[in-house]
Design a protein around this ligand. Structure first.
Ligand SMILES: Nc1ncnc2c1ncn2[C@@H]1O[C@H](COP(=O)(O)OP(=O)(O)OP(=O)(O)O)[C@@H](O)[C@H]1O
Ligand SMILES: [Mg+2]
Length: 218
């Protein structure tokens, strides 16, 4: 299993965001998480990626127990093993699209020339190579989302975590973005956990998990 979560709970003060969640995802598997606003979907992605720590339960990513890691170690795990596509704050405003995509490789110690080449390849694969030298504020929503997906996949993560990757996109652009994400993930045999309100995205998953009040409902 690339991801194993067992009995995961997370509270924010009095709010119980996750209430004993079990999830397993194997390599190559695409799992959609659906459910009403406030059900705990984003909290799950944050706990799995180590942005937040669970109060109880265990999360294992690629065999590593996330709860036993220091904050710095969680940062390394997130940067090397996970690829994140979150809704907001996705791209660094001061960097070009190509620099944004190269960033995970540069932070991992790759030389600039190799990182730049890989970034171009991924932008090309996602159909936004023409935007390589633009900064995020000069990209359309769909283009920015593709650049964010390229950045999430460039370092070959075992687990891709995407929060509403089609939000605020028209259905055709959303479809293209999801196709790009799933195609690239499949080629890398990555596991994908995608949070979505979009039935068209959920239909393309191997499995759909329904969240309700911090629990897996179905
Ligand atoms: N930083 C925080 N501090 C306090 N409460 C929070 C915080 N983040 C989330 N919550 C609360 O935890 C619950 C779960 O939030 P979460 O963001 O995981 O829901 P969600 O399923 O992603 O919802 P949406 O579909 O609207 O994105 C909600 O009640 C929310 O208000
Ligand atoms: Mg959310």
């Amino acid at each position: 299993m690339v991801l194993t979560a067992r009995g995961v709970t997370k509270r924010y003060g009095d709010v119980v965001a996750l209430d004993g969640v079990d999830v397993d995802i194997a390599a190559g598997e695409v799992v959609a998480v659906v459910g009403p606003s406030g059900a705990g979907k984003t909290s799950l992605l944050k706990v799995v990626s180590g942005v937040l720590t669970a109060d109880h339960g265990e999360v294992r990513v690629a065999g590593v127990a996330v709860g036993g890691l220091s904050e710095a170690e969680r940062g390394v795990l997130r940067r090397t093993t996970c690829g994140l596509v979150f809704q907001s704050g996705m791209l660094v405003a001061e960097l070009t699209a190509a620099e944004n995509v190269a960033l995970p490789l540069l932070l991992g110690g790759a030389p600039w020339s190799g990182a730049a080449r890989a970034a171009r390849e991924w932008l090309d694969r996602l159909g936004v190579d023409g935007q390589a030298d633009r900064r995020p504020d000069a990209l359309s929503g769909g283009q920015a989302r593709r650049v964010a997906i390229a950045r999430a996949l460039v370092h070959g993560p075992a687990l891709v975590l995407a929060d509403e990757p089609t939000a605020a996109l028209d259905s055709r652009t959303g479809d293209a973005v999801v196709t790009a994400l799933l195609t690239a993930a499949r080629a890398a045999d990555a596991a994908v956990l995608v949070v979505t309100h979009d039935p068209a995205v959920a239909r393309r998953a191997h499995r759909v998990i329904e969240f309700r009040d911090g629990r897996v409902a179905a």
